[in-house]
Design a protein. Structure first.
Length: 148
């Protein structure tokens, strides 16, 4: 009448169910795969390989890349505000849609950050220069045309 005889595996048995073996096998495979993936690969997978390759090749740029191309040096805090002005201009020109985002390394700290990326000729980059008070007097349309 005890419960011991009614269970499939008696108490203290070391037999493993098929479901448990399958779970362990999947977990082991996932750990082995994760161990071979670098941080760069993980962020490329999240963003999609095409977007990441466009950023690496310079087809899409960050706002700081634009400032570098124009020879404008701003501290990170001010460059961040320039990026906000560019994002606002981009949204205004694209029916309130955000620009694509990519995971990239921060240019000074090396940490991974998620930032908007733009075409180097996107008018929002110039509009950001025109509307942000720290950059308004630093650039003319002619020097932008040469840099792009």
């Amino acid at each position: 009448m005890g419960d011991e005889g009614s269970s499939r595996h008696p108490k203290g048995s070391t037999e493993m169910t098929a479901k448990a073996r399958k779970l362990i096998r999947r977990t082991t495979n996932a750990i082995r795969t994760a161990a071979r993936i670098t941080i760069e690969m993980a962020y490329a997978i999240v963003d999609g390989h095409q977007l990441n390759s466009l950023v690496r090749s310079g087809t899409l740029i960050r706002t700081n890349d634009m400032l570098d191309r124009l020879g404008i040096e701003l501290p990170d805090g001010k460059a961040s505000w320039y990026g906000r002005h560019v994002a606002k201009a981009y949204r205004a020109a694209h029916d309130n849609q955000d620009a694509p985002k990519a995971w990239v390394r921060h240019r000074t700290t090396g940490r991974w950050i998620h930032v908007f990326v733009y075409s180097p000729t996107d008018p929002a980059l110039i509009e950001g220069l025109r509307t942000y008070k720290a950059t308004v007097g630093l650039i003319s349309q002619a020097s932008f045309t040469e840099a792009a």
